[in-house]
Design a protein around this ligand. Structure first.
Ligand SMILES: Nc1ncnc2c1ncn2[C@@H]1O[C@H](COP(=O)(O)OP(=O)(O)OP(=O)(O)O)[C@@H](O)[C@H]1O
Ligand SMILES: [Mg+2]
Length: 253
């Protein structure tokens, strides 16, 4: 069976810094994966490279999505193919109300075709599901939204777009308990509403409480060091990353 995403032998980084080394990762449809690892391991970099962030270069290896090599595709093309990265979303676009922005991005997806009325109903449903004030919808995109509010908007986008692969990078998000619960509910609703695959990058394992995690991946110093089930999460919570030799110096590669 073809995987949804297959990364093989990936070496990548910025122009003058090699960050990821021989990374292999495959994700199947309709699964929940968690990527863990100490600060600076390369987790966000991996997410951005999957999305095609031009700040990073692939030195060798391949990235296939749905059987197609996407490593040369623009972020826009990857997004249309169904890849979503949370980190990118909250840009500030003054003058554009959130509602119009959401309508525009969904109209770019033929598979999400909906009449203006159907769209409005769907957006309102999601707002209710996320306990989100519909007043947000008329505000300019992300201007003056707090970190937690931006997170809610991200979840709204996730549920509206139902991407085939959603990468949620929760690092540094500084969420209060309520926002945490919104993200957690959003992820759960996404997994229940479509057969999309979720890759959650997080240090905060509370966020995973509502999810059935299929696989956990551990990255240290730019390398994948372990792939396991959900039991790895509890172990890492209890023991940290000590067993992976995180305190040892990395040999020059
Ligand atoms: N654009 C960049 N330019 C230079 N160095 C970078 C760039 N992006 C990432 N790095 C470096 O690559 C390494 C991996 O960073 P990355 O953000 O992927 O780590 P992370 O695993 O997401 O960490 P955290 O858990 O703290 O979010 C770090 O040493 C970081 O400084
Ligand atoms: Mg990060």
């Amino acid at each position: 069976m073809k995987h949804l995403l297959t990364i093989s032998g990936l070496n990548a980084g910025t122009e003058d810094k090699s960050i990821l080394h021989d990374v292999d990762l495959y994700l199947d449809a309709n699964q929940t994966h968690v990527l863990m690892g100490p600060n600076g391991a390369g987790k966000s970099t991996l997410g951005r490279i999957i999305m095609g962030d031009p700040a990073y270069q692939v030195e060798s290896g391949s990235i296939e999505f749905d059987g197609q090599d996407i490593s040369e595709d623009s972020p826009e093309k990857r997004s249309l193919a169904g890849i979503f990265l949370s980190y990118q979303a909250p840009v500030e676009i003054p003058g554009v109300p959130l509602y119009s922005f959401l309508r525009t991005i969904t109209q770019k997806r033929p598979e999400l075709k909906a009449s203006a009325r159907q769209f409005r109903i769907r957006v309102n449903e999601i707002c209710e599901q996320l306990d989100m004030d519909p007043g947000y919808l008329t505000r300019e995109l992300n201007v003056g939204f707090s970190g937690g509010e931006k997170k809610k908007i991200e979840m709204l986008q996730l549920l509206l777009l139902q991407p085939r692969l959603a990468i949620l990078d929760e690092t540094d998000s500084g969420l209060d308990v309520d926002a945490l619960s919104v993200v957690s509910r959003g992820m759960q609703a996404y997994r229940e509403s479509c057969d999309g695959t979720l890759l959650v990058i997080t240090h905060n394992t509370r966020i995973l409480e509502r999810l059935h995690v299929d696989h956990t991946h551990v990255m240290v110093h730019g390398r994948m060091v372990e792939r396991g089930g959900s039991e790895l999460i509890g172990r890492i919570d209890a023991e940290g990353f000590e067993r992976y030799g995180v305190h040892e110096e990395v040999s020059a590669s």
